[in-house]
Design a protein around this ligand. Structure first.
Ligand code: MF3
Ligand code: CO
Ligand code: CO
Length: 257
């Protein structure tokens, strides 16, 4: 499929959906503490999205996904399924990934939370992963190549002796949750498609402390883990390309970009 260019009116709708997704991450923060289960976090987010935002949690029933958010703890790379049996403990790192649909448009964003006292190596992985996303956002403008985005992420991750997950990538987004283009988090400068004003897509690097290889759970068909069972971290924003840069549609109040 060709890459869609959103009209200014469609960008207005994307801005609303993006703000709602960001607001779920702001809302959930005080609940993300030792002793809470990921099943409980899912229920709180689901209720907020449906009752307060009058929006739709996009993951629920998406290709059969059973819950409304993704919760990926420690060596889980992405697509962790919330459950009442998974209780957060001090030292855990967790990614919470929120996608909402409002008036037919998607907003998709995720961030890491550090529970209690985590070891310095875990805190550093989380920080470097966020820096990878921010460095990539910093070069998004018309004329940037997709390979440039992958390159800045890969360079920063590997400079810190981390690796970039290959099998999962960012994506175009709009009325469709996952549309073209695929936004790889590794690559070579000057390669791949050139960005143009009106494109909307996510950047969502998954960075591993050890090797980049992943494993898909054979029992639930969703949970992706690191093969070596070392830690993985991820941050995600939804962006719109503007005439001279980009707008972060899922920016949180704690962020200044
Ligand atoms: N939110 C994820 C992404 O960033 C996709 C989750 S799909 C699900 O693209 F089915 F696992 F929810
Ligand atoms: Co996404
Ligand atoms: Co997401």
């Amino acid at each position: 499929m060709p890459v869609s260019i959103k009209t200014p009116e469609e960008i207005v709708s994307m801005r609303i959906a993006g703000r709602l997704a960001a607001e779920v991450l702001e809302m959930i923060e005080p609940h993300v503490v030792a002793g809470v289960s990921t099943g409980e976090l899912d229920r709180i987010c689901h209720q907020h999205i449906v009752d307060v935002q009058q929006a739709i949690p996009a993951p629920l029933n998406y290709n059969g996904f059973p819950k409304s958010i993704c919760t990926s703890i420690n060596h889980v790379v992405c697509h962790g399924i919330p459950s009442d049996g998974k209780v957060l403990k001090s030292g855990d790192i967790i990614n919470i990934d929120i996608t909402v649909i409002k008036d037919g448009f998607h907003g998709d964003t995720s961030k890491m939370f550090i529970i209690g006292e985590a070891p310095p190596h875990a805190i550093k992985l989380v920080r470097i992963t966020q820096e990878c996303l921010y460095k990539a956002i910093g070069i998004v403008r018309p004329g940037t190549h997709l390979g440039d985005i992958g390159h800045v992420i890969q360079t920063h991750a590997e400079a810190n002796h981390y690796s970039v997950v290959r099998e999962y990538c960012g994506h175009g987004i709009g009325r469709i949750f996952h549309e073209d283009p695929q936004v790889l988090h590794y690559g070579k400068p000057g390669t791949g498609m050139e960005l143009a004003e009106g494109m909307t897509f996510t950047i969502e690097p998954m960075i591993n402390a050890g090797s980049w290889q992943t494993r898909l759970s054979r029992s639930d068909g969703w949970t992706v883990t690191t093969r070596d069972r070392r830690l993985s971290a991820q941050y995600e924003h939804t962006l719109a390309v503007t005439s001279d840069g980009c707008e972060v549609l899922t920016l949180r109040r704690e962020e200044s970009l």
